[in-house]
Write a protein that binds this ligand. Structure first.
Ligand SMILES: NC(=O)c1ccc[n+]([C@@H]2O[C@H](COP(=O)([O-])OP(=O)(O)OC[C@H]3O[C@@H](n4cnc5c(N)ncnc54)[C@H](OP(=O)(O)O)[C@@H]3O)[C@@H](O)[C@H]2O)c1
Length: 378
């Protein structure tokens, strides 16, 4: 308005406006400013402005239109923050999930940090913003709650219209520990991880049927629910879909009773219906106090079968969706609340596997199990 007022008053020169195409000049300067405002308002979008140079069109110039279009085309095809753009991490208010968000957001990727608890999730997001990671957005997600899952799917649909990466990290251990007594035991980590230290923690690490059921519902059915709800958005990814299921070495087939191990390990016969049956059998044995006599591991038994089932689901999904890159990963024995801070790795080290798999190139391994960053046997 000020410019137009000065133009009307024939006062452009006296008020310091350029006399070299003054209207064109202020219109483009305003366009640049608007570009910056819009980019600030929508940090999840890539919004830029470009001078195509002095192009020979109806306006006179020295470059061809092919040369002049190069800048706009390059900006139109910019990748979101690198190899892939839009990502969801579940159970990300703390531990390995939070660190996975931090590392991926540091690559410039827009990450939706999700947590079941609004306050814990908002606080975690605020901390990442303080580190300068304004590309992290919070949304509530309880993987046990279908309404919460639908709400997340709608949020992503409305805001981004697609999803590139899903990291299913949320998990429950299915056990309760007397932390003080556990620390006092000072158990050898190797024995603990291998599952051979179970007799040492009798009465210190306990599990109930209810905890076991919740563990399976979180670690297996929770991942399935979230994945199935987000699959239509993942299928729209122009950058190539990545799904990372955070599993555990506790789900190794060697810890599963032999007859079931053979089925869970055979991708040719595996199907989701059979996994449901196996989980029902496990819960039935649990209720009958028959876990040990039926050959189930007594070291976090529900956790073990939940993660073995998750690995099997990962393979089934990878077979069903060969155009996607879908893998599961044991992050290592990491110091988090889940391990009562007895783990030997930092969260930075623990997040390396999930992050590496989230950033795998097209044509990378799919339907595989990784022990940290190395492909390993199921
Ligand atoms: N730490 C290890 O050594 C280790 C080893 C092998 C595998 N893992 C796997 O790594 C993943 C992350 O574990 P972590 O060690 O980082 O444990 P953690 O610090 O205890 O984090 C677990 C996360 O899962 C969330 N969660 C639990 N139930 C949920 C639900 N119903 N909906 C949404 N979020 C839920 C928790 O939220 P709240 O804060 O609200 O409880 C928390 O954010 C898990 O899948 C775990 O099985 C860990």
């Amino acid at each position: 308005m000020k410019f137009l007022h000065d133009l009307k008053d024939n006062a452009l020169d006296s008020n310091g406006w350029t006399m070299m195409v003054p209207v064109y000049s202020i219109s483009k300067a305003s366009l640049n400013a608007y570009t910056r405002l819009l980019a600030k308002k929508y940090p999840e979008m890539l919004i830029n402005c470009v001078h195509p140079s002095y192009v020979s069109t109806d306006m006179r110039g020295i470059l061809t239109v092919e040369e002049g279009a190069k800048g706009p085309v390059m900006l139109a095809l910019l990748q979101d923050g690198g190899p892939t753009g839009m990502q969801v991490v579940t159970g990300a208010n703390k531990g390995i999930g939070l660190e996975t968000v931090r590392q991926l957001a540091s690559h410039g990727i827009t990450v939706v940090l999700t947590a079941r608890d609004e306050t814990r999730g908002t606080e975690a997001t605020r901390k990442l913003h303080q580190l300068g990671l304004s590309n992290v957005i919070f949304h509530q997600l309880d993987v046990l709650d279908p309404v919460s899952i639908q709400s997340l799917a709608k949020f992503i649909q409305d805001k981004f219209g697609r999803l590139d990466i899903l990291v299913n990290n949320a998990g429950a251990s299915g056990v309760v520990a007397d932390e003080k007594a556990l620390k006092a035991l000072n158990i050898d980590t190797a024995a603990w991880i291998s599952g051979k230290g179970n007799h040492l923690v009798q009465g210190i690490v306990t599990h109930t049927y209810e905890q076991g059921e919740k563990c399976i519902n979180t670690n297996y059915y929770g991942v399935k629910r979230v994945t199935e709800a987000l699959l239509p958005l993942l299928q729209l990814s122009p950058a190539g879909t990545r799904i990372v299921n955070v599993s555990s070495c506790s789900g190794a087939l060697t810890r599963i009773p032999m007859n079931i191990r053979n089925e869970l390990g055979d991708i040719k016969v595996l199907n989701e219906g059979r996994i449901d049956e196996i989980l029902l059998k496990f819960l039935h044995d649990f209720k009958d106090n028959a876990l040990e006599s039926c050959g189930w591991t007594m070291m976090a038994p529900a956790y073990s079968i939940s993660k073995a089932s998750l690995n099997a689901y990962t393979r089934i999904l990878a077979k069903k969706c060969p155009e996607m890159v879908i893998n599961c990963v044991h992050p290592g024995y990491v110091s988090t609340d889940m391990t009562w801070h007895g783990g030997i790795l930092t969260v930075e080290e623990g997040a390396k596997g999930p992050v590496m798999l989230a950033l795998l190139q097209d044509g990378g391994p799919t339907g595989c199990y990784f022990d940290r960053t190395q492909q390993a046997e199921f």
